[in-house]
Design a protein. Structure first.
Length: 469
């Protein structure tokens, strides 16, 4: 097997800048002392017309049993957030050592191992998708234009090509996973893979299911649930909630400007909630002096990162803010030595951003619910989870659409445990050979594994092993 992979490497290894596929093993990384204790491969897969889109990825073999463990494709949200963000801040084997990285005059990012990596139970591909994200690039300007459908098509092509060049993993159980905006992409991608399999297209992908956290599902509905969420979280009083519900007829988005009673209530609602860090209402909101944009991005931290002076080395004042941690990814990934170690093609990207805020992207799918619905007729395993303190995609909205799939409850709502403590709550549903596990992650924010790593690894690995959570 190893030998075969080696040959594949030789065949695919081409001079840098050539628009085609390539992959390389990475044994060491700047900021991490010594050899990496896991197998990391990086590379590009060319997709689209004349492969004018080059999608970059990080592939990490399972640290348990790479030959037996499933293969997981991870899609970070945004749209436009890099695979590296998912890797280093959420579910990958490395994380920045905040204390060591910020101790000197000059910030030098130091990496450490994340014991709660999902690569302890699965082989994982972290992709920079869609084009324009992370290190992914296009060879002509038109090829940067992308929308939800094209994003799905390109990621689908990426996956097929990646598997063809890594036949060792073709038979592994395959799962698609991610969070936030990937809630729009994943159900469509899974449907495409499923349809291809049904149509007998070779090679057949061994698709087993998908998992999504705090998934954007129906843009209007997700946002609408922020009002009931704020009520349940004691951010607004009963009286205001009742009056808002009555005056706005339960519709809090795109309100009729002539409905003064509703607008008035929503103004009070905004006053009560606008100073919160909506990705996790318990955490400090760090940039309060810049006005927030009218429409909130799906990753609530993107906005705040933009207004941070990313390379300033001054001591940050109390309280500690989550987005200070993101600074290290910019310093690290824009470093020439790091890019050489990752085998980044020279001159393909001027600048690396954790989340590309100027992506040429059109959000043209307003709801992925119909795809979830259709998939309930297939023999897949699905895990939908919610960091329950997220107000961006609040758990109440996610629970509501899961319920409206009209599945049979196969296990009642109950707590699930990690180290003897309640990690969250779960309920299971079934329909024929389809099963859906819904779980909350207690106390976690929008990107749940970033907030509660041990709980999320326990949840994910139990689900993967088909144990009850
Ligand atoms: C962001 O995406 C746009 C087009 O989609 C691209 O031109 C730009 O270089 C990207 N920026 C970064 C920092 O990756
Ligand atoms: C769901 O399935 C039906 C019947 O096969 C099909 O007509 C419809 O287009 C599907 N919807 C989606 C969103 O895939
Ligand atoms: C679920 O069942 C309800 C009541 O029978 C029905 O109104 C609704 O359309 C169903 N939802 C879906 C997605 O099939
Ligand atoms: C469910 O799975 C079993 C065992 O694999 C199979 O025999 C059966 O046909 C499947 N049922 C449906 C409705 O797909």
């Amino acid at each position: 097997m190893r030998f075969f992979i080696f040959i594949t490497f030789l065949l695919l290894a081409v001079p840098s800048n050539a628009a085609t596929s390539s992959s390389q093993l990475v044994e060491t990384l700047p900021g991490f002392p010594g050899k990496l204790p896991f197998t990391l491969e990086t590379g590009y897969v060319g997709v689209g017309d004349s492969e004018s889109v080059q999608l970059f990825y990080y592939f990490i073999e399972s640290e348990r049993d790479p030959d037996e463990d499933p293969l997981l494709l991870w899609l970070t949200g945004g749209p436009g957030c890099s695979g590296f963000s998912g890797l280093v801040y959420e579910v990958g084997p490395l994380s920045f050592d905040y204390a060591k990285s910020s101790s000197g005059e000059v910030k030098v990012p130091v990496l450490k191992l994340n014991p709660y990596s999902w690569t302890t139970v699965s082989n994982m591909i972290f992709i920079d998708a869609p084009v324009g994200t992370g290190f992914s690039y296009a060879t002509n300007p038109e090829a940067y234009l992308v929308d939800d459908w094209l994003s799905v098509t390109q990621t689908h092509e990426f996956l097929r090509k990646w598997l063809l060049s890594h036949p060792r993993f073709l038979k592994h159980p395959l799962y698609i996973s991610g969070d936030s905006y990937s809630g729009i992409i994943i159900p469509i991608l899974v449907s495409k893979i499923s349809d291809d399999n049904d149509a007998g297209i070779k090679p057949q992908l061994n698709l087993k299911g998908y998992s999504i956290g705090n998934p954007v599902t129906d843009v209007t509905i997700d946002e609408n649930w922020r009002v009931p969420f704020a009520h349940r979280m004691a951010l607004i009083p009963d009286k205001l909630y009742e009056s808002t519900k009555r005056n706005c007829h339960g519709q809090y988005m795109d309100v009729d400007p002539n409905n003064a009673a509703c607008s008035g209530d929503l103004q009070v609602f905004t006053e009560c909630t606008k100073m919160l860090m909506i990705g996790n209402i318990l955490e400090p909101d760090c940039v309060t002096d810049t006005p927030k944009p009218e429409s909130l991005k799906w990753d609530p931290n993107i906005v705040k990162e933009d207004s941070l002076d990313l390379l300033s080395t001054g001591e940050h004042s109390e309280p500690w803010c989550r987005n200070y941690n993101y600074v290290f990814s910019y310093i690290w990934a824009n470093d020439e030595e790091v890019q050489a170690a990752l085998h980044i093609r020279k001159g393909t990207k001027k600048d690396w951003q954790r989340c590309n805020t100027s992506l040429a992207y059109t959000e043209d799918v307003t709801s992925s619910f119909p795809f979830h619905k259709n998939l309930t007729n297939k023999p897949y395993e699905v895990l939908i989870y919610s960091g329950d303190h997220d107000m961006v995609v609040p758990y109440v909205g996610t629970m509501a659409w899961v319920k409206s799939l009209n599945l049979t409850e196969s296990s009642k709502w109950r707590p699930w445990f990690v180290q003897g403590q309640v990690g969250g709550y779960t309920i299971e549903y079934k329909r024929s050979n389809y099963s859906l596990t819904y779980a909350t992650v207690k106390g976690a924010g929008h990107t749940a594994p970033e907030y509660n790593p041990p709980q999320c690894l326990a949840m994910f690995s139990r689900w993967l092993a088909r144990y009850p959570l």
